[in-house]
Design a protein around this ligand. Sequence first.
Ligand code: AMP
Length: 383
Amino acid sequence: MTAALPFGATIGIVGGGQLGRMSAMAAARLGYRCHILTPEAECPASQVSAGTTIGAYDDFATLRAFAAHVDVVTFEFENVSAAGLDLLAALRPVYPSPSVLRISQDRAAEKGFINGAGLPTVAWMQVDSREELDRAVGLLGLPAVLKTTRLGYDGRGQTTLRRPDDLDAAWERLAPKPLILEAFIDFACEISVIVARGTDGSVVTFDAVENRHHNHILDLTLAPAQTTQEILEAARSIATELAVATNLVGLLAVEMFVDRDGQVKVNEIAPRPHNSGHWTIDACPVSQFEMHIRAVAGLPLPPARRHADAVMKNLIGPDDLALWPEIVATPGLIPHHYGKAEARPGRKMGHVTRLFARGSLPGVFGIEAALGPLGVRLGGSAP
Ligand code: AMP
């Protein structure tokens, strides 16, 4: 095990969004400073950090200037250039390593890695031409989901093919970018596990949670996932295996589907704190953000215990943010504001958490009632 980062040292975070903000807040509690690299002059993470270097992620002069301010580097989103992280890794320790980032940045590499580690995904095929798309549809059947291998998130860069007629338009829309075709899974639920691995190889996993999306954006997380013990354990063990297989130091979020037969299949991985782990700030003695900072700083990783059940609801865009005065006035709702100046539609502006005694997560009506002014907006995402 490498020596722990001394108190007062500076952790560099590549990316200035809410994940960096909440990581920096956790780092401050442990006595560390954070320094942010971001192209934006005013960003959520900089508001709570000791310093910021402003510049492009692929500008090597900017990266060198950033490295000069920090003792260790981590990142809070995946669309940073891996070549830029390589440069940083030549100057300072970078956790997780650029090799983990490279896997998660490319859906084909990611699924190939996961299958290579002996873990299940939905059936998928790389598609490099229109003819290959026909062949892949012939093998995987319809419906199927066509996805760009890079830079897809919140439903961007993907489209569902339902009928043979859909293929031309989908190809037109997404090609010539590298693509994969995935079999469509009629999932029972979507779950995720956050796993942390320390510099000493120790691994801890938070409980598996259930995620509900609205307009392709995470809307609601239920902790723990309302499913069988067997599925919860299978998800946990997959996350642990992936942390070991990637030789992770830091945090890895593993998103999974549970099919109608109770089989767990990995959808994607993200080597950073994750929206589906925000509930841990309020429901766990050590949150995903503290665990992230501990792993990166070489501190021991305490058990990822949960002292309460929780529901986390995202605040998306101007409509949800307009409810802020009512949210902060509602007893029991724990508010988290990201400090973003502009509330654009679809933008994550904050989240709220509501805690329940362990084992007493309510059903749909209870959750709606518990979310106060936000409950009436649950709509399609309710359990
Ligand atoms: P992704 O960008 O791969 O995380 O996909 C975003 C969302 O689209 C997922 O959370 C699922 O709700 C849905 N989705 C993605 N892939 C599939 C699939 N193969 N079958 C059914 N739904 C999918």
